[in-house]
Write a protein that binds this ligand. Structure first.
Ligand SMILES: Nc1ncnc2c1ncn2[C@@H]1O[C@H](COP(=O)(O)OP(=O)(O)O)[C@@H](O)[C@H]1O
Ligand SMILES: N[C@@H](CCOP(=O)(O)O)C(=O)O
Length: 347
């Protein structure tokens, strides 16, 4: 997925990179016993970041989120002999929403393993308890280009705006079950609407080979903003939600509606070359370019364009190279379907 400035924490775009989770409850490993595997779950993983993803189901973000959903429904473990295979092509810590996708995948996994039949609207509540960025999770769950908001929180919930997983799913070291009931999400925490997306616009993602953790990229943001900067963003955001559906797209209008003053300038210190890239790659310098922004919390750059995708990517890659940073790049399209479930009958 990802986010389009100036819609920080508000608008999200699901893009065509798909986290796949396969689950079977058939015995796949005869050496797995309930005593060595108290959560009844084994994980295998393929894709990016396989050296860093924790395959202990008590720690892995996907299975831990699934356990949160299960425990809120009085199911302490996965069904016997659950095997979860994760195939993840979404680079980690690059602002492409790997954690949002993992959390949404986790709530769906809990829904299926527990036979809970929760609707997506309720799964959104659970996902927002773990990752409180509605732009990310609503786009991953529902697909497409979405606008979102969270309910106003009471003072107690406000104090825990970034709800750590440890609080949502209490768990001592070692993963043994405390028997504690985690906090069940209130109903309808988040709200969203889908906007139309111009058929001509594609997203060129330029992905630097270093990570910026979302938590770190939020720590550098100020606690409050000037009225001038807030009005600057709100004025552009109001137009942006509509101009991205125009056919044909208007490059100058999109480019100016994608300017931001509330997150990108502050994150520039974490991403060498960011300010210059955002200022120098324009519809005038690159025909076909319509807009450019940080993807999520970065460091990925997202260029929205109708043509010249390779040329645009080459320019940005060359600028990062001057900073000693190598990049990968992809042409992505909106993913309209959101999270889907396919049942494969026993063979
Ligand atoms: N498929 C996955 N399985 C397990 N954990 C994941 C997965 N994808 C992401 N994560 C966790 O999320 C972290 C990245 O989250 P974050 O810093 O928010 O960056 P991003 O911009 O990629 O969402 C990873 O380091 C990992 O701990
Ligand atoms: N709106 C959030 C989005 C974070 O997304 P991620 O993919 O970087 O985790 C923000 O900009 O902090």
């Amino acid at each position: 997925m990802h986010i389009i400035s100036p819609g920080f924490d508000v608008i999200g775009l699901a893009l065509s990179m798909y986290l796949e989770i396969s689950v079977t409850t058939k015995p796949t490993d005869t050496t797995t016993t309930s005593s060595s595997n108290p959560l009844n779950c084994t994980i295998t993983y393929s894709g990016v970041g396989s050296d860093s993803i924790d395959l202990n189901p008590a720690n892995n973000l996907i299975t831990r989120t699934a356990l949160y959903v299960l425990r809120c429904h009085s199911q302490r473990t996965f069904p016997p002999s659950t095997h979860v295979h994760i195939n993840n092509p979404i680079p980690l810590g690059r602002g492409l929403g790997s954690s949002g996708a993992a959390v949404v995948g986790g709530v769906m996994l809990g829904n299926i393993c527990g036979n809970l039949s929760l609707p997506k609207s309720r799964l959104l509540d659970f996902a927002l308890m773990v990752e409180r960025h509605p732009d990310n999770v609503a786009a991953a769950l529902y697909g497409g280009f979405v606008g979102t908001y969270l309910n106003e929180l009471n003072p107690e919930d406000m104090a825990r705006k970034e709800v750590p997983l440890a609080e949502v799913l209490p768990q001592p070291a070692g993963g043994e079950d405390t028997g504690l009931m985690p906090p069940v999400p209130p109903n309808d925490i988040g709200h969203f609407r889908r906007f139309d997306w111009s058929g001509e616009l594609k997203a060129v993602a330029i992905i630097p080979d270093f990570e910026v953790s979302t938590a770190k990229a939020r720590e550098v943001l100020p606690q409050s903003y000037s009225r001038k900067d807030m009005i600057f963003n709100l004025q552009r955001l109001a137009l942006l939600t509509t101009v991205l559906s125009d056919s044909p797209p208007d490059p100058d209008l999109i480019y100016s509606a994608m300017q931001d003053k509330i997150h990108q300038p502050y994150r520039a210190g974490l991403i060498p070359g960011l300010t210059e890239i955002l200022q120098s790659v324009t519809p005038k310098s690159h025909a076909g370019l319509c807009g450019i922004c940080l993807s999520g919390a970065g460091p990925t750059i997202l260029a929205l364009a109708t043509a010249n995708f390779e040329k645009i990517a080459e320019t940005i890659i060359a600028r990062f190279k001057q900073e000693g940073i190598a990049c990968d790049w992809r042409i992505l399209e909106p993913a309209e379907d959101g999270t889907t479930v396919t049942e494969v009958p026993d063979s």
